[in-house]
Design a protein around this ligand. Structure first.
Ligand code: IMP
Length: 426
């Protein structure tokens, strides 16, 4: 019987999904991305070398794995080829890449509109990655977007002309510079020709995979708290990041996912704007940022740092149906005297244990902490749970008790080999 595992970020992204997906991909026949675009930055250390994947699934290093880019994704063709070129230079053929004919194409006008939207929002800006993600999904939902199947068809120039006319009006309404059709249609037509060999009916492909009892790994990008429906709206990304998105963004069907592994950083980070109750604007935050190299892979922005927030995490476990946790960057907490964990919020004098819908309410919430003893030892060479210092064990056991699901995997460093599996899940 083939197995399927969904790996997704349970916080605000950057939980270390790339490394963990790459680790589990050894057992996978397929690795599938289902949402987002090149706003994602998945850092993978492979054979001592560091790779930053944005669009391409983390299974790409093994030519035997079929890497699927699902219908829920938005693809900037220029970024797609840049990434392929980089990988090919490093010796990876990328011939194992299958791009959905239903995925949407992200154009220059989306980049321009992302920039203009953010500028117009002024102090209310979202803090996007400026990769055009929101405007591309906006076109998809408005039913005026361009899908891969149309991009590679002979109708592309006329469809693009029509679309650009409309989008240039929007750009002009912001006093932006319209995109030149003649100049861009040539470049895009060439890219469309070049992308054609990668485009497939990936839904049929996944159906075959299931029938042939293949092992399928789904790779989420961003994190559940950035989901368009469930995240801290409006400070979210524009895709369905959560487990529902894995189904609608790949076509696997409701029963196509056996296990959901939530990737949880041992502390909490966030890039961009939006409420963050446990944020540490002090020397502990600065220390964790430096020790954890907490700077954006895509934008290089310093990430905001905080203690682990169990109110948000319990919510994330529920909305995703997370069956177990992979705790990452545990080593970064080494050396702290105490480790605080937020177990509830106080809002206007009342204790609350559920995540408020409103960002302005969440902003007013103050965290109530439980304090645990820190560990001083370097744990980066630990190979089993038993080898961990007592206080690190206690931290994991505390989380399991509070969250009522197991920490089946933990990670003590960026290398693949610094991953400890306590319970087989794939
Ligand atoms: P967008 O996805 O570029 O529209 O950005 C919307 C929000 O999601 C911003 O707060 C970004 O910082 C955040 N975001 C998008 N992609 C990632 C990611 O891969 N990791 C962490 N945050 C992200």
């Amino acid at each position: 019987m083939g197995k399927s595992l969904l790996i997704l970020g349970a916080q605000w992204g950057d939980e270390g999904k790339g490394k963990i997906t790459n680790y589990f991909s050894e057992k996978a026949d397929y690795v599938v991305r289902y949402q987002g675009g090149n706003n994602a930055g998945h850092t993978i250390v492979f054979d001592g070398k560091k790779y930053a994947l944005r669009l391409i699934p983390s299974g790409i290093f093994n030519p035997k794995i079929r890497c699927v880019m699902g219908n829920g994704m938005v693809i900037n063709p220029r970024a797609f080829f840049e990434e392929i070129e980089e990988l090919q230079k490093a010796g990876f053929s990328c011939s194992n890449l299958y791009l959905s004919d239903r995925a949407h194409v992200l154009f220059d006008h989306h980049l321009e509109l992302d920039r203009l939207n953010e500028e117009a929002l002024k102090e209310k800006k979202i803090g996007t990655t400026k990769k055009g993600i929101g405007p591309c999904y906006t076109d998809k939902v408005s039913r005026i977007g361009m899908r891969m199947c149309d991009f590679i068809s002979d109708d592309f120039p006329s469809l693009y002309k029509e679309l650009l006319k409309r989008k240039n009006q929007e750009i002009l309404s912001f006093n932006g510079t319209p995109i030149d059709y003649e100049k861009t249609v040539k470049e895009y037509s060439e890219m469309a020709k070049k992308i054609r060999p990668y485009v497939f009916d990936t839904i049929a492909l996944l159906k075959e995979a299931r029938k042939a009892q293949k092992n399928i790994l789904f790779e989420g990008a961003q994190g559940a708290l950035l989901d368009i429906d469930f995240g801290s709206y409006p400070y979210v990304t524009s895709s369905s990041v959560t487990s529902g998105g894995a189904i609608s963004g790949s076509g696997i069907g409701l029963k196509g996912i056996d296990e959901v592994l939530g990737i949880v950083k041992a502390y909490q980070t966030r890039v961009g704007e939006g409420a963050f109750p446990t944020e540490l604007k002090n020397e502990i935050g600065d220390l964790l940022r430096e020790r954890g190299h907490e700077y954006g892979t895509v934008t290089h922005r310093p990430r905001r740092i905080g203690y682990l927030d169990l109110v948000a995490l319990k919510y994330s476990i529920q909305i995703n149906g997370i069956s177990s946790i992979c705790l990452t960057l545990l080593d970064v907490l080494g050396g702290l005297k105490e480790i605080k964990v937020c177990t509830s919020y106080s809002y206007k004098g009342e204790k609350i244990s559920t995540l408020p819908a409103s960002n302005s309410v969440l902003k007013e919430c103050t965290p109530n902490y439980v304090s645990l003893k820190g560990f001083q030892e370097d744990i980066s060479k630990v190979k089993t749970f038993d080898e961990l210092p007592e206080n690190a064990k206690k931290y994991i056991e505390f989380l399991e008790k509070e969250l009522e699901i197991p920490v089946s995997v933990f990670s003590v460093g960026p290398d693949k080999y610094q991953t400890i599996v306590r319970k087989e899940i794939f």
